[in-house]
Ligand binder design. Structure first.
Ligand code: ADP
Length: 281
């Protein structure tokens, strides 16, 4: 549980994002240097997801949050590439539709939580309702400030229902965000990613920092931890997220379910079938 403990926000502690280095890359000099480890954790993740799918006793919810261009899409690509698509689902949360806005803020997220055996990844999540909503005063403070407790109760319910919740804040610097915006302008294949919103949110950088710090401090619990992932290096971000998920899943000590048939009996049937096949040849 080395990375799990290293990047976890300890329950009850307060987070100061400016004191966390977004360039951190542990002992690795470069992507090439880290590649064997990245591949090893992807392989591990693949095996553990297969086990979760077979076991069908519990599920996993991964929430990804971060500023624009923090790498939510890239992380999803990396984590999903290791998984069997039959066992996972990605849900994105944008400005609420009229139907979503006509319900409580958790409604749209609760519907997307994974069933037993499945992994769900949230690209943005119920935390938007204490992030963008708080920064832009989209609802009065009396309403959003109660949401931290609502979120903790919601995540406790999920945990008690065997849905394990891991939440990742992808931590980038303002310089790195700007350089990614430039890459988007310079690369026609990324033009579709550019939105006016990217630039509209940058003047609120410090307000977002406060909102993220509040969410990370108030809602990192024993049953649903937050992790702050240094994300200026995309490859390190991918390594850290997949390693934490793999370490956590491993700690669950999942087991393949017992066979639903008598294996000795099935073996006899197989040998009989094999014999009659040989007779035909
Ligand atoms: P992406 O997730 O790829 O960045 P968009 O560029 O469409 O997709 O951004 C989605 C936008 O929806 C973000 O600006 C986000 O803050 C906003 N959003 C998500 N949830 C809410 C919410 N509950 N209330 C208001 N805005 C929200």
């Amino acid at each position: 549980m080395h990375y799990f403990n290293k990047f976890r926000v300890k329950p009850g502690s307060s987070v100061d994002l400016n004191s966390i280095d977004p360039n951190f890359k542990d002992k690795h000099e470069s992507h090439e240097h880290a590649l064997p480890e990245i591949q090893a954790y992807s392989q591990k993740l693949s095996e553990l997801q297969y086990l979760m799918y077979a076991e069908k006793k519990r599920s996993l919810l991964i929430c990804l949050q971060g500023r624009d261009a923090a790498g939510k899409d890239g992380t999803i690509n990396h984590v999903l590439a290791a998984m069997n698509p039959q066992g996972c689902k990605v849900s994105g949360f944008k400005v609420p539709t009229p139907e979503e806005a006509a319900h409580d803020f958790l409604w749209r997220c609760h519907k997307e939580t994974p069933q037993k055996g499945q992994v769900s990844i949230f690209n943005r999540s119920h935390y938007e309702d204490v992030l963008v909503v708080r920064v832009h005063n989209l609802v009065p403070k009396e309403i959003w400030k109660k949401r931290y407790d609502h979120i903790n109760a919601f995540e406790a319910l999920l945990h008690d229902s065997d849905t394990h919740v891991l939440k990742f804040y992808l931590h980038i610097s303002p310089e790195e965000e700007l350089s990614r915006f430039k890459e988007r302008i310079d690369d026609p294949a990324r033009h579709w990613k550019i939105s006016e919103g990217d630039y509209a949110e940058r003047p609120f950088w410090d307000e977002y920092t406060k909102a993220f710090e509040a969410a990370l401090s108030k809602c990192s619990t024993e049953h649903a931890p937050w992790f702050v992932i240094p994300a200026n290096h995309k490859w390190f971000r991918n390594l850290a997220v997949s390693r934490i998920v793999a370490e956590y899943l491993e700690s669950l000590d999942m087991q393949f379910p017992p066979p639903t048939v008598d294996i000795d009996d099935i073996r006899k049937k197989y040998h009989a079938a094999e014999k009659s096949q040989v007779g035909k040849e």
